[in-house]
Design a protein around this ligand. Structure first.
Ligand code: 8YV
Length: 333
């Protein structure tokens, strides 16, 4: 007892929120945005009791090897595939994430990408800016309808439910979903979605949105075989993790008219985006901004700070982080 925990904050976040840690902890905060650097992470964790990290930091057995004091890692983000949870469990380290606070903001972006891809919004704008709009024509930029179409949702957590509600209540869509487990009927009714098996979802969706966690079990779930089951007129949207999709296979169907369009916020090798995707006109690309509204990013950092203090046993809610994550929650579809 007596000594204050030492915490490492891996990225510049919001100074006023991160500053709350200083009331209870000695804070070692990184001042500049950095990419994943295993050696720097290992060095930073050597003396740390706790860490506040983002998806830029991938932490597993190797990074933990020289971190005898580490007790808690608060991830800023709902997805925590950057953390090796079994390795953290084995080392007795509590991990937390930030669910709920970002669900509606991410559902908004999912819908924005769906609409932009289906109605060819960014493609149209590029074409216009290139000076190619010489005369109005009846057949310019024909796309696919959103209202009244069939929306498929793969992964029916809180973000998926937000997308379902938008589609059902806002756009009169028929909403189908597939998930590792079926939702209670009351929830299905509230969000207006019907459970189907994976192949039915692929075959019937006019627009398919991916919002499931990434894990080894969901790696490349959308591969060439899955894409071949989709309608050639369909749109694919990914606001979850890039590794869910076999990107060369996706680029191939988009290039050859076997899938109409895609809206992607996440990439397997991000921040690198494959040249095959960059070369396509029928794909809308955003730089992992699903949760990027100011209010939501602030709420995420606040929740992560609260979780970290609680897990370290200091501050007003000492001992009970609201959002612990454990290995068993990472099973996939
Ligand atoms: C975050 C995300 O921006 O929550 C997630 O899973 O991917 C994003 O909302 C990211 O995790 C920041 O670390």
């Amino acid at each position: 007892a007596g000594s204050r925990p030492r915490v490492w904050v891996s990225q510049p976040l919001f100074d006023d929120i991160v500053g709350q840690l200083a009331a209870h902890c000695d804070v070692d905060a990184v001042a500049e945005v950095t990419e994943h650097d295993p050696a720097a992470i290992a060095a930073a964790l050597r003396e740390a009791d706790g860490a506040l990290v983002t998806l830029n930091e991938r932490i597993g057995a190797q990074e933990l090897a020289g971190a005898p004091r580490l007790r808690a890692i608060a991830n800023v983000g709902v997805g925590y595939n950057n953390l090796d949870i079994p390795a953290l469990d084995a080392a007795g380290i509590v991990a937390t994430n930030t669910p709920e606070v970002l669900s509606e903001t991410t559902a908004d972006l999912g819908f924005a990408l769906l609409m932009a891809a289906a109605r060819r919004i960014t493609e149209s704008e590029r074409w216009l800016r290139e000076g190619r709009w010489k005369q109005w024509s009846f057949s310019t930029m024909l796309g696919a309808d959103i209202h009244g179409s069939t929306l498929g949702i793969l992964g029916m957590g809180r973000i998926g439910q937000g997308i379902a509600r938008r589609g059902h209540h806002g756009f009169g869509m028929k909403v189908l979903y597939h998930n590792r487990s079926r939702l209670p009927e009351t929830v299905e009714r509230r969000v207006g979605a019907r459970y189907v098996d994976f192949d039915t979802l692929l075959a019937q969706a006019d627009h398919l949105v991916l919002v499931l966690p990434y894990s080894p079990a969901s790696h490349h779930l959308i591969d060439a075989a899955a894409l071949a089951k989709m309608k050639p007129t369909a749109t694919l949207v990914n606001v979850a993790r890039g590794g869910l999709v076999d990107e060369p296979a996706l680029a191939d169907v988009l290039a050859h008219g076997r899938l109409a369009a895609a809206g992607l916020d996440v990439y397997e090798g991000e921040p690198a985006v494959r040249p095959e995707l960059l070369a396509l006109r029928n794909v809308v690309l955003t730089p992992h901004i699903g949760s990027a509204s100011l209010a939501t990013r602030r709420a995420m950092v606040q929740l992560a700070v609260d979780n970290l203090l609680a897990a370290l046993g200091v501050g007003p809610r000492a001992g009970h982080p609201a959002n612990p994550v454990t290995a068993k929650k990472t099973t996939a579809i």
